[in-house]
Ligand binder design. Structure first.
Ligand SMILES: Cc1cc2nc3c(=O)[nH]c(=O)nc-3n(C[C@H](O)[C@H](O)[C@H](O)COP(=O)(O)OP(=O)(O)OC[C@H]3O[C@@H](n4cnc5c(N)ncnc54)[C@H](O)[C@@H]3O)c2cc1C
Length: 431
């Protein structure tokens, strides 16, 4: 038997303490709002997604953690490179050749440390941070406005917390999407990923030692190869389900089979020793039908997940956290936390996601290669690099025009930027 205990009231409850939740919570607390972040796990906890995009720099700068990033000493990532199945490497895209700025020297991060650092930063900014608290439900008033959450703390006692705005930052658990059936899968991007870790695998020399490598597999599958600290490499394979499971369903067997198919991956992993478990995930590339409801906003993977081939996940999580914090701040100040207030947030976030989505679709198109694109349209190389680093302020139309010579780019999805239907503007009452 659990007791329902009504707890404190806040301006904002953030559910989930990953990069999206921690950044939303930190920035709102910094602005003086009463914020609590509820995280079901205890930090440091494992998470996949180690390769950062250069423009994470600006979010990390705003969060005030750049010095810490440098002190921790993560592997420096200076480029991304692409490798064909027979082991031929493209010229790496060195970010510093494009822009001479500290943001061009980004990192490969162990997410256990990185996420803990951001969570602690939120606490230092004044947010109350609670670990071991699993939110099970959003609470709504009679009009349907979200007014808080119900969940269970590590003591096993069920609690209710109330706030003027609740943020769903639950990552791929995607609490609101699951409860409300808002999840829409991206039709063409139904992949699965299998990944694990190797110790002592090969690193390229010099500037390329920390590079992210994307190495091709048959039928437009691919490997990631991400060098981390302590001589560890994160290695994962992404492909269609039918392709992976054609001979076996055992992830270790599938991984071993696929390693044989790419000469570069095979050579680089040969001196290494695999350790730990093999991880598998499906549910690739989805977006919520709605970005918001009255009193509720979705951020990071809880709003949308895009195939990770260009390492855009943490970038979009941090960016959405920043944008959500600004939108919620405005809503709280104007005392209007209705869903309509959050539509500009949804619109801007969807436009960033659509930019990356076009690149992902081109990547999976049989006709497309970066080499072909740059040979035919050398003038779009700077725009392509802007896209790969996350510089969303660029006009990408010339790049997309060039890409259309080789790939069918997807129409933009007509959902995600809208607020939930039936959400009528409602003036929030202070609690
Ligand atoms: C195979 C794969 C490879 C990837 N590779 C990369 C990469 O190289 N680079 C990159 O940038 N991105 C990568 N990503 C994406 C990246 O992992 C995510 O985009 C990023 O972690 C999103 O951050 P988030 O804060 O939205 O969610 P998360 O980081 O998942 O954080 C959500 C948090 O919410 C907590 N939570 C969930 N449910 C509840 C609940 N009910 N109550 C309380 N707390 C809850 C979770 O414990 C978690 O801590 C990859 C993803 C996958 C699947």
């Amino acid at each position: 038997m659990v007791n329902a205990v009504t707890e404190h009231s806040y301006d904002v409850i953030v559910v989930g303490g990953g990069p999206a939740g921690a950044s939303t919570g930190a920035l709102l607390a910094e602005k003086g709002h009463r914020v609590v972040i509820l995280e079901k796990e205890h930090f440091p906890r494992y998470h996949v997604g180690e390769s950062l995009m250069p423009f994470c720099y600006f979010s990390l700068e705003r969060l005030g953690v750049l010095d810490q990033m440098k002190e921790i000493g993560y592997t420096q990532k200076l480029s991304v490179q692409f490798v064909t199945m027979d082991g031929k490497r493209s010229n790496p895209f060195y970010f510093f050749q494009h822009r001479d700025h500290p943001s061009s020297y980004t990192w490969q991060v162990e997410r256990s440390d990185f996420d803990q650092m951001l969570f602690q930063r939120a606490s230092a900014c004044g947010a109350e941070t609670v670990e071991g608290f699993r939110v099970r439900q959003f609470l709504r008033d009679d009009s349907g406005t979200v007014i808080g959450v119900r969940g269970t703390g590590h003591d096993g006692i069920e609690k209710e917390l109330y706030a003027r705005v609740t943020v769903d930052a639950t990552g791929r658990d995607a609490l609101a999407m699951s409860k409300e059936r808002w999840r829409e899968r991206d039709p063409e991007l139904g992949k699965i990923a299998i990944w694990t870790y190797f110790k002592g695998a090969m690193r390229d020399p010099g500037l390329d030692a920390g590079s992210t490598t994307v190495a091709y597999l048959p039928e437009k599958g691919w490997f990631w190869y991400i060098p981390l600290r302590n001589n560890i490499v994160s290695v994962g394979a992404v492909a269609d389900r039918d392709y992976f499971y054609s001979e076996s369903r055992d992830p270790a067997e599938i991984m071993a089979r696929e390693i044989e198919k790419n000469a570069w991956i095979k050579e680089h992993l040969a001196p290494g020793k695999q350790f730990g478990e093999y991880w598998v995930t499906g549910e690739y590339s989805y977006r919520s039908k709605y970005c918001a409801d009255n009193g509720l906003l979705l951020v990071g993977d809880a709003f949308s997940f895009l195939d990770p081939v260009f390492s855009s996940g943490v970038f979009l999580a941090l960016k959405s956290g920043e944008m959500a914090a600004d939108a919620i701040d405005r809503a709280l100040i104007s005392n209007d936390t209705s869903a309509a207030q959050f539509e500009p947030y949804g619109k801007e976030l969807c436009s960033h996601i659509e930019t990356m989505r076009k690149l992902v679709y081109a990547f999976y198109d049989d006709n497309f290669s970066f080499g072909k694109l740059i040979r035919k349209h050398p003038d779009v190389r700077p725009d392509l690099t802007d896209c790969l680093v996350g510089n969303m302020a660029t006009n990408f139309e010339p790049l997309f025009e060039g890409m259309r010579d080789f790939a069918e780019l997807p129409a933009e999805l007509d959902y995600g930027f809208k607020a939930a239907p039936g959400s009528k503007p409602s003036v929030a009452t202070a609690m």
